[in-house]
Design a protein around this ligand. Structure first.
Ligand code: PA5
Length: 469
């Protein structure tokens, strides 16, 4: 193992802690091991036969080099780096930035090693409009990274069309070409065609890697490298985790344990999976996880074509903030959740509190105390309180938040998701249910070929005043 690691801690789901009604007995663990161990073998085989190309991203011979070379040039060229993408083309970028760069990265030039970063993963005109007002007179110092495998995703395409128009009008064709970097399919698709015509600099979205599994590809790596994140160490972390999650010994494999525990509780009616980091930097890892878990595991049919309607619901929370908003529900509401805390042993820095005012001796316990100690004490206190109410709690412990451990985390959860998909006996890599909403949007926006769909939607477009109060 390396100097900095993450660890998966599962004592607080065991029967000895939670009792027989909500805890997992050693017999049940043995059953889970028996069921999951062959799946680890199968997943390892599938990986060897090329069925899970995301597994090999940390070893890619070309991507990191290409990304670093381009990032070095972009760092010289721009003061603002703007990602246009959505879903798997944005959440990993956001998670990396929040985890590994300072909180005030964009505001304080002394705290950053690259250009400001903006990631737009929506089409809100007020939000985007406000950004356009600010960026308009600094376009020549701004690079836009359009990330889309297909190029047809309405949100990304819409943002691109706005920026394209602005660049063409203000900087002309040369400026348009220079200020855009595309990350897209190397051979086909709408964005590929636009890229080839315009002559944009471009990186690849790898073949066979779904958006939500693509953070360790150029999709996630470019913005990270441009903003000074050490992507080599990030990938090294992922490689270290690869060894751990490939182990066929169930009890030595954190992904297998994690997937099996989550699957087991789902069968026992605990169908909500809450991820609650006690560290602001890890906050958007739980957002990334939410997409990975939901899109991968929420499926109507299983691999035999039977209707199963399965899928645990991922929920993200933040400690300590949500202690003051949701813990009441988490302790006294239905016992239908599995909690995963993210905890940090060694924070990058600490803040020490001041003296206690003489008129408030009740605050004395905080005087000259460490904020890191308070945060971690609150994590333990919340976990203790949840356990009193027999709520199962897992923890991913980070030695520290650094590229190595963040790389381990991504890889751990990607492989956990693959194994959970196998336990649920569903395809974890498709997302058929997302299509209908996309097509309905095309129809509502008048795209040719969607006229029949437009007719079907028409009744829903009228607001029925009888139901409007
Ligand atoms: O995980 C996924 O596959 C999705 O979230 C996609 O990343 C998202 O829909 C964007 O797709 P595209 O890259 O084609 O624009």
């Amino acid at each position: 193992m390396s100097a900095k690691n993450i660890y998966f801690y599962y004592k607080n789901v065991c029967e000895e802690i939670l009792g027989p009604e909500h805890g997992i007995t050693s017999g049940q663990f043995a059953e889970l091991a028996k069921k999951t161990a062959p799946l680890i073998e199968r997943l390892n085989q599938e990986r060897k036969s090329g069925k899970t190309p995301y597994r090999d991203l940390p070893y890619h011979p070309r991507y990191p080099k290409e990304v670093k070379e381009l990032a070095a040039r972009l760092q010289q060229e721009c003061e603002n780096f703007v990602v246009l993408g959505i879903g798997g083309s944005a959440l990993g970028n956001i998670a990396l930035q929040t985890a590994l760069n300072p909180y005030l990265y964009n505001l304080d030039s002394k705290q950053r090693k690259g250009p400001r970063l903006f990631v737009f993963d929506n089409v809100d005109p007020v939000q985007f409009g406000s950004f356009l007002d600010w960026i308009g007179d600094q376009l020549n110092k701004t690079v836009f990274n359009v990330i889309s495998k297909s190029g047809q995703t309405a949100e990304t395409a819409a943002q691109f069309l706005v920026i394209r128009q602005m660049l063409l009008e203000r900087l002309g064709p040369e400026g348009y070409k220079k200020q855009i970097v595309a990350t897209t399919d190397p051979k086909k698709g709408t964005l590929r065609a636009i890229t080839d015509k315009a002559g944009f600099r471009a990186l690849e979205v790898p073949d066979g890697v779904g958006g939500r599994f693509s953070v360790l590809s150029p999709v996630g790596l470019l913005s990270a490298a441009v903003c000074g994140i050490d992507i080599e160490t990030l990938l090294e972390g992922a490689r270290q985790m690869d060894e751990r999650v490939s182990r066929t010994d169930f009890f030595a494999n954190p992904a297998a344990l994690n997937a099996a525990i989550q699957w087991h509780y789902y069968q026992r009616g605990k169908r909500i999976s809450v991820m609650m980091p006690y560290c602001h930097a890890l906050k958007d890892l739980s957002d990334w996880y939410r997409q990975l878990w939901a899109e991968s595991l929420g499926k109507k049919t299983d691999l035999d074509g039977r209707a199963v309607f399965v899928g645990p619901t991922p929920v993200n929370a933040l400690g300590t903030t949500d202690q003051h908003s949701r813990v009441q529900l988490y302790r006294e509401g239905p016992n239908d959740k599995v909690f995963t805390f993210l905890q940090v042993k060694q924070f990058k820095r600490d803040v020490v509190m001041g003296d206690c005012p003489p008129e408030a001796p009740e605050l004395g316990y905080l005087a000259r105390a460490s904020m890191a100690k308070l945060l971690n004490s609150e994590k333990l206190a919340t976990e203790y309180a949840l356990i009193q109410d027999k709520r199962p709690c897992l923890t991913v412990i980070f030695d520290s938040v650094c590229p190595e451990t963040v790389g381990q985390f991504f890889y751990l959860y990607e492989v956990t998701t693959s194994l959970a998909g196998m336990l649920f006996h569903i395809n974890a890599y498709d997302q058929p249910a997302v299509e209908l909403g996309k097509e309905a949007t095309f129809a509502l926006m008048g795209r040719a070929g969607y006229e029949e769909m437009a007719k079907k939607i028409r009744p829903f477009q009228e607001t029925d005043s009888r139901y409007l109060v």
